[in-house]
Design a protein around this ligand. Structure first.
Ligand code: ZN
Length: 303
């Protein structure tokens, strides 16, 4: 079912403008169920998952992007990751935030995130060190803040939009968004056309709910411009956690902490924040890990 979510990539001929447009309704609904989010957190997480997936499909093979918000507001924190294959996952610290609406019918994501929060963008491009950029959150609605990040941190003027239409019972009825990069030097006429098109598009999530496809949104966004679709990528919520990674997380605790855990609990548990899967390690497993760390004698070899 989930592969009904997808994104299209496009370019505007004769310019350096590139765009990505996505429907993420099913993967955001999956995230909602997985994390039992209430509407505000559903919207915040859904917007971030959408934007990360749009950035993800702009990456090259084996690359990954992480968006993290250290929230000053009651949402606490938000972290999403997406890769070049259209796989995305994420979580929020407080999935059941409740706040009054400031505007009728609008979920108060801005206040839940909180202005003055920190938005971090980590791009793992397969180099030794990941690329890390960060900006102060301006509004908290996430899409605007990401556009601010692109302008400030990457000197890449961009239009970002992401929306989640939540139903009366909290279910996700429509979700999606777009990112359009208009690098410096883009002709003003092109930018003006895009601005007018964006303004007349209205709410993306409601259009998707009413059955619009990403191609149709692209048609409206790039109306009167010589655009061309250059690709299509399926999007899905996918967690790639494993027992091996869980074990590494335990090893990071260090010898003393592990020994302490062994004494107190007699076993170890690691639960994945992205998908909730629990990895259990027996006392014997823990003992082996402690011995492994002891034998290593504090050196930092890894495999
Ligand atoms: Zn997982």
């Amino acid at each position: 079912m989930e592969d009904r979510d997808y994104a299209v990539r496009l370019i505007v001929e004769g310019t350096a403008v590139v765009g990505y447009v996505a429907r993420t309704t099913f993967l955001v609904e999956r995230a909602r169920k997985l994390h039992t989010t209430f509407p505000i957190a559903t919207a915040a997480l859904g917007r971030a998952l959408t934007l990360a997936s749009l950035m993800g499909i702009g990456l090259k093979e084996n690359q990954q992007v992480t968006l993290q918000i250290r929230c000053r507001g009651p949402l606490g924190g938000l972290l999403v990751q997406a890769n070049w294959k259209g796989e995305v996952r994420g979580y929020v610290s407080n999935p059941q935030v409740i706040l009054p609406s400031r505007e009728k019918g609008k979920l108060n994501v801005e206040e839940a995130v909180g202005p003055g929060s920190q938005l971090l963008v980590v791009k793992d491009l397969g180099l030794r060190e990941p690329y890390v950029g960060s900006v102060e959150v301006q509004r908290g609605g996430i899409a605007y803040d990401l556009a601010y990040y692109f302008a400030l941190s990457e000197q890449l003027p961009s239009a970002c939009s992401a929306g989640v239409y939540v139903g009366k019972r909290g279910e996700v009825l429509g979700s999606g968004g777009f990112i359009i990069h208009t690098p410096q030097g883009t002709a003003q006429e092109v930018i003006s056309v895009l601005e007018a098109n964006i303004a007349s598009l209205g709410e993306v999530s409601k259009r998707l709910y009413r059955g619009a496809r990403p191609e149709e949104l692209a048609e409206k966004l790039f109306k009167d411009l010589p655009y061309r679709l250059t690709g299509r990528e399926n999007l899905r919520y996918h967690c790639h956690c494993s027992r091996w990674r869980a074990k590494r997380a335990l090893l990071l605790l260090g010898e003393e902490e592990l020994e302490d855990l062994l004494m107190r609990e007699g076993r170890g548990e690691v639960s994945c924040p992205f998908c909730g899967k629990v990895y259990t390690f027996s006392g014997e497993n823990l003992r082996e890990m402690v011995n492994h760390l002891k034998n290593r004698g504090g050196s930092h070899e890894s495999h």
